[in-house]
Structure formats: C-alpha cells, structure tokens
Design a protein around this ligand. Structure first.
Ligand code: PLP
Length: 427
C-alpha cells in the first residue's frame, strides 16, 4: 500500500538540509517569506489528488463538492481582505495570473505600456524574452535618473505617444508607493485598461499601509507568497466589474464582463486543473492575513525596511530613490566600488541571502549588475525588529568592506548562525 512505501530519504534529507539552511541564515530576498505550518500542511494535503477544472459549482469533474467549499472559502476571504467584488484564486503563479489577464483583455500584437525591467519592473510586463514582449507590442516607462522616482508626467507623455491598450503598474524592485489615481487618469485619457501587479507589496496593501490599487485600477494581480505570506501562487482581483471595452461579446450578443473574460483567461485560457491544495493554503494564509496579528506584522515589515534603509544611508550607501515606502530597497553599490555579483556571493558566504539586481541605467550586465535588493518580509516573520535591522546592516557592511578577508568572513558566519538561534522558525 501507499503507506508501506520505503521512505525516500534522498529527497527528505535534502528537504531537511534546506530547512537548516533557512533556519541558520538571514533571509533578505525581497520576494521571499516563511509561511506558517498550517499553510504548509494544507499544501501537503490530499487535495493535491483532486481534479477540479472549472469554478466552484461549475466543474467538469465529479466529486468536487469538498474542493468547491475550499475554493469558495479562499475566494470569500480574498474578497474580504482586499475589498474586492470578484477574485480568481486559481493562477498557479504571478506570471500565470498576468498571462491570464493579457489573454483576457488583449489581442496579439496590441500595444502595452509597462515599467521597464531594468528600472525595477517584472519580466511579464513586456520583456522581449517573455510572452508579454513576444506576443504584444511592449513599450516602457522608467524612473528619472536623478531622483530614481517614476515621473507621472512622463508616463502620461509616453502613453499619449504609444496609445497602449493596457498600462501596467507594479514592480519587483521599486521601493516607493504608486499613484494609482494619476495612472487611472492617464489610462482613461488614452482609452487603456489599467492593470496593477502588486505581487510585492500585497500584504501591506491588504492592511491599508499603502495606496489601494483596487480603488483606481481596472484589474489587480498579485502573487500570494511575498509580503502576503501565503503559498507560492497567484490571484486576480476586481473591485468593480466592467464590460470589456474592446468589443468581445458573449453568446447573447452583450459585451462580456471582464470577470467572465478573466475566468476564462485562467481556465481554459492558460491553465488546466487548479491546484486545490495550494488554493486551500491560500485560504489559510488569507485567514491569517485578516487577523490583527498580521496587521502588526505588516506594520513591522514597513518599520524594519525604513530603519534598514536609514542604516545603509548612514553608512554611505546609495539607495535608489533615497529610501523606501514599502518592504524593500534597491542599493546602488557603485559608490562603494562593488558589483551586485560580488556582494551577493560575499553575503552568501556568511548566510545572508539576497539577490543582485540591476539598478536603473546600469552599465553592467544582468549577470553582474551594480545593485543588490534587500527586503524585510522574511526576517520580520522571524520576529526581528528595528535594532536587529541595524545589526544586519552592520554585518552586511563589515563583510562587504572585508570581502577578501576569509578569517573575518568565517567568524561572521559563525556569529550569525549563533544569533539566528534566537529567532526560531519551525519547531
Ligand atoms: N509580478 C511581479 C511584480 C513579481 O515581482 C513577480 C515575481 O517575482 C511575478 C509577477 C511573478 O511571480 P511568479 O514567480 O509567481 O510567477
């Protein structure tokens, strides 16, 4: 029987090894977090066995009565969390959520206007190596060289010139809040749909700590595993449903509602069966995110990021845009004579995990880069506070300034491993 199967020690030994790696290090990758044991338990459940193409109570398979309840719970909790009137919790990832929206709202060859990848945008917002840049005509806006900030007047200018069918806002490495109201005005002026991809700050948005994209943007997508602290996955949301402006009609001859188009953009458009075990984990995570405790967590994430940014500035590091409003910051290492690659590799040696990142107007290749990105979502989950951020920055600065001093690196690694025992992760 299944339970008598010989334990696969090869795989489970590796999982234990990864657990130790996560526990002993300082996790500063801005897109990562640590989920609760309940979220993991839901993901590792029997729900993985079930096929459920379709939507709750409209399935193509039998035996869906329980997963219908699970998925409906995820939908209802997500709606409450983001004050949405409609959501689809099925996208397997953030990239798939975006692919579903593009398929639903656009025709191949349509012009899109997104935030430049090399300024902090995401691959799925029009990069030539991604479906979004291959199937559509991508155009971009970026940040001003001096301020590191997005200049909304310039976005408006580019929109008027390029006449996109869709404007995409949201980023992977932009530390400031977004003016969704202004972007909606720009979108309305050129007749574009406005999509916000809030994958990174979703947890802070859910708790009202940043501007609300659902108030102004036609469509909002997110990943569920960053500041939202859920399982790896994606989601699409609307506050107000609307008739699609580009003429797609339903069988009765009426313009189809965007919610209908988005549902079919997910399935059958870009996915087959939904991952009901992951959807259950999303429901658990949304339940957690609805709590007062999660509000305190999100507040602390933002406080920690501010303190960390200030600590870097105090040590003479240069931060793109001069600081942060959210959970992350992008550091330009050129003033310190370092590359992103060297910084990432040096920090890895002391169990500080981060990712090298291009900075706007970078003169180095994406494999080297001049920047490094740090985020506070994961360390805050471990219970770290403001004083701990300063200590982390002290460690980072001391190893980067002594990157060729092996003795210093070994001693620092030992100290960090010892320190992290004070922040237990999983029992
Ligand atoms: N959108 C943004 C803004 C992101 O930062 C990311 C991931 O980093 C994604 C989409 C893609 O998410 P996934 O890796 O789940 O496909």
């Amino acid at each position: 029987t299944l339970t008598q199967t010989i334990r696969d020690t090869q795989v489970f030994d590796l999982i234990n090894k990864e657990k130790s790696r996560q526990e002993s290090g300082i996790e500063l990758i801005a897109s990562e977090n640590f989920v609760s044991p309940q979220v993991m338990q839901a993901m590792g459940s029997v729900l993985t066995n079930k096929y459920a193409e379709g939507l709750p109570s409209k399935r193509y398979y039998g035996g869906c009565e329980v997963v219908d309840e699970v998925e409906q719970l995820a939908i209802d909790r997500a709606k409450e969390l983001f004050k949405a009137s409609w959501v689809n919790v099925q996208p397997h990832s953030g990239a798939q959520a975006n692919a579903s929206v593009f398929l639903a709202a656009l025709q191949a060859g349509d012009t899109i206007l997104g935030f430049d990848l090399s300024h902090g945008g995401h691959l799925t917002h029009g990069s030539p190596v991604n479906f979004s840049g291959k199937l559509y005509r991508p155009t971009f806006y970026g940040v001003d060289k001096e301020s590191g900030l997005i200049n909304w007047d310039k976005v408006a200018e580019t929109a008027k010139k390029e006449k996109p069918k869709m404007i995409i806002c949201g980023a992977s490495a932009y530390s400031r809040d977004w003016d969704y109201q202004r972007l909606r005005q720009i979108a309305d002026e050129v007749g574009a749909i406005l999509l916000a991809d809030v994958s990174h700050p979703a947890g802070l948005i859910a708790k009202g700590l940043l501007n609300d994209p659902l108030e102004h943007c036609h469509i909002v997508t997110t990943t569920t595993h960053k500041t939202l602290r859920g399982p790896r996955g994606g989601m699409i949301m609307l506050r107000h449903d609307f008739e699609n402006p580009f003429g797609v009609k339903n069988p009765k001859g009426n313009l189809r509602l965007m919610s209908e188009l988005l549902d079919s953009g997910v399935f059958p458009g870009t996915q087959g069966g939904p991952l009901e075990h992951v959807i259950a984990a999303k429901a658990v995570a949304y339940g957690e995110a609805l709590s007062e405790e999660f509000y305190n967590y999100a507040v602390q994430v933002q406080k920690n990021a501010k303190v960390m940014a200030q600590a870097f500035l105090d040590k003479g590091y240069s931060i793109i845009s001069g600081g942060t409003d959210n959970h992350l910051m992008l550091i330009d290492l050129r003033s310190k004579g370092l590359t992103g690659k060297l910084a990432q590799e040096t920090l890895d040696k002391v169990h500080i995990t981060a990712n090298k990142n291009a900075v706007p107007f970078d003169d180095k290749s994406p494999f080297v880069t001049s920047g490094i990105r740090f985020g506070t979502a994961a360390v805050t989950t471990r219970g770290m506070q403001e004083a701990d951020m300063k200590r982390i920055v002290d460690y980072i600065d001391s190893v980067l300034m002594n990157h060729d001093n092996e003795a210093h690196i070994t001693a620092t690694k030992k100290e960090i491993t010892e320190w992290m025992k004070q922040f237990p992760l999983y029992a």
